[in-house]
Write a protein that binds this ligand. Structure first.
Ligand code: NI
Length: 181
């Protein structure tokens, strides 16, 4: 397994729309395992393939306290959503250090495939429902900060770009490139 590099907002590659997965093979299994390892190591509760520059409809999630309830959603689609909504304080591994409220459906039912290509349905609420909606947005090229006001978004963008330049300076001063940023 390997840790994957997580793209940071406002990297334009985060806005690519992911393609449907059609081949369920060893390559997909390895990618899912690497995504899970990258998410746990970060640490985070969810990661979409878009965030590691793979533009395919793949999401890994684990909202458990024990970090042993890995949920893999391939080609997920929301087939039902509650009309009731909730504002949840969200964060994202592609926008480290930024947390803000986004309105989401309280409950969603998702239909997806597992790593073997088998279809299943899952009804979720609370953090898991929010997480599913957040990660599925990534597959459409949408990052949660795009729900915020233009003023907030521009501030976040400027902060991220400043951090990115600092990281680049730091990296250039080292004899070996860092494996992760
Ligand atoms: Ni995210």
């Amino acid at each position: 397994m390997a840790l994957l590099n997580i793209l940071r907002y406002p990297d334009p590659r985060l806005h690519k729309v992911a393609k449907h997965v059609t081949v369920f093979d060893a390559r997909l299994q390895k990618l899912v395992a690497d995504m899970a390892e990258t998410m746990y190591e970060a640490p985070g509760v969810g990661l979409a393939a878009s965030q590691v520059d793979v533009h395919e409809c793949i999401v890994v999630i684990d909202t458990s306290d024990t970090h042993d309830q890995l949920l893999v959603l391939i080609n997920p689609e929301i087939i039902a959503a509650s009309t009731e909504k909730i504002v949840w304080e969200e964060g994202c591994l592609s926008v480290p250090g930024i947390y803000d409220g986004v309105e989401r459906h309280v409950e969603v039912t998702v239909r997806a495939q597992n790593v073997k290509g088998e279809h299943f349905e899952l009804a979720a609420d609370g953090l898991l429902a929010v997480c599913i909606q957040h990660e599925m947005d990534h597959l459409l090229g949408k990052v949660f900060v795009e729900y915020l006001s233009p003023l907030k978004r521009n501030r976040i963008k400027a902060k991220m770009q400043k951090e990115e330049r600092a990281l680049e300076r730091e990296a250039s001063g080292r004899p070996f490139p860092k494996s992760r940023r």
